[in-house]
Design a protein around this ligand. Structure first.
Ligand code: SF4
Ligand code: SF4
Length: 372
């Protein structure tokens, strides 16, 4: 049996749904596309140029083995899905090696090494394009990659190896029904501005992960985006949920994920808002360890969600948040109180303004009071 066939059979045996292989050539079209839209992608230009050139990361690389993992094999609890995108609930996104979804790539890596391959460490490639070039996905107009028979709730992982293997034929086309624009219409922030063109700065996922102090633009979430975020704390699946190509998967009868079922009740917005170290370690990090490294951003996101719900029952919690030690949390709690409105919210804002020392929070309180 050829090495290519052995690799593919092993990958399928350990739970990947699809596996394809391409030469480790550069992804120059991908880099050109990102560079041409640098005003939207300034935060990612360095990463994109690294990802686009596999041999700059591993000079001996000859092939890219790319895999699809179907992370939607079990049910996701609705109370989590309202707040957290499915890929994070599934715990497969860059999972650490001591977790089940981190062990799978380690198993494939070990298999490749035992078969005599050098395997790149810490390498990155543009996963969706690599998988389409390898014929295991095609594209949706929402920019996501779709695997036949599965849909877009998939996690893609690639491995660079120093062996020439047998290569697959590409499927770089859009696989959507003609005329469908459901994802573009459903996107609350108009982040998909034309088919297959996303402005990440308007995407809810970008706004709840990447708006952090050290990023371009800092931690400020634009006002028009805040109002569209709804209750999303980490990621957004809306443009995948509405997609007819995912309908079968979304509506299928599946077993519950018992781990998620057990922990789901803890994921209240108020638990996020008053984030304790224990909640952060035992509830947030197992699911959402990748992008947000400080709990204050989750607290900010929870304040935005509570503001969008506009439920006066949240006023006492937001009043408590107005005394949080983090300026960022107080700013967004003030915004949320302004969104909720009512005399009790106004009183909290007025009392807070009298003792607030941060100019940024004072500005947010004043704006909230003026808007009431
Ligand atoms: S993830 Fe959400 S915000 Fe981003 S493009 Fe899709 S629907 Fe729009
Ligand atoms: S919603 Fe329609 S256009 Fe968008 S990705 Fe799905 S099938 Fe394609």
């Amino acid at each position: 049996m050829s090495l290519t066939k052995k690799i593919k059979e092993f990958a399928l045996d350990i739970g990947y749904s699809k596996v394809g292989i391409i030469p480790a050539d550069s992804f120059s079209d991908y880099l050109a596309d990102i560079s041409n839209r640098s005003e939207m992608y300034s935060f990612f230009l360095k990463g994109a140029s690294r990802a686009a050139d596999p041999r700059s990361q591993m000079p001996t690389a000859k092939s890219i083995i790319t895999t699809v993992y179907d992370y939607s094999q079990k049910n996701f609890p609705q109370e989590l899905t309202d707040k957290i995108a499915r890929i994070y609930q599934a715990r497969c996104y860059n999972a650490p090696p001591d977790r089940i979804h981190g062990a799978r790539p380690q198993l494939l890596r070990r298999f490749l090494e035992n078969a005599g391959c050098e395997v790149g460490i810490g390498t990155i490639v543009p996963e969706r394009i690599a998988a389409a070039k390898a014929g295991i996905v095609n594209f949706g107009r929402n920019n996501f990659a779709y695997a036949n028979g599965i849909g877009s709730f998939i996690y893609l992982t690639s491995f660079l190896v120093d062996q020439e293997l047998e290569y697959d034929a590409p499927t770089l086309e859009v696989g959507c029904p003609e005329g469908c624009r459901a994802c573009i219409k459903a996107c609350p922030t108009q982040a998909i501005y034309e088919p297959q063109k996303l402005n990440p700065l308007r995407c809810i996922a970008y706004n709840n992960f990447f708006r952090q102090d050290e990023m371009p633009g800092g931690s400020f979430v634009p006002y028009d985006i805040r109002e569209k975020i709804g209750t999303k704390i980490h990621g957004c699946d809306i443009c995948q949920e509405v997609c007819p190509r995912n309908r079968k998967k979304v509506t299928a009868q599946k077993a519950d994920d018992e781990y998620l079922t057990q922990i789901a009740k803890d994921y209240t917005l108020t638990n996020f808002l008053h984030m304790t170290d224990d909640f952060y370690q035992t509830r947030v990090q197992p699911l959402m360890h990748n992008y947000i490294k400080h709990k204050k951003y989750f607290q900010r996101n929870a304040a935005i969600a509570l503001g969008n719900l506009a439920d006066p029952a949240a006023i006492p919690d937001l009043a408590l948040a107005m005394a949080d030690t983090e300026e960022l949390v107080r700013e967004y709690a003030a915004w949320a109180l302004g969104k909720i409105g009512s005399n009790p919210a106004k009183q909290v804002l007025e009392v807070s303004l009298a003792s607030e020392v941060s100019p940024a929070v004072q500005r947010e309180i004043t704006a909230a009071l003026l808007a009431m």
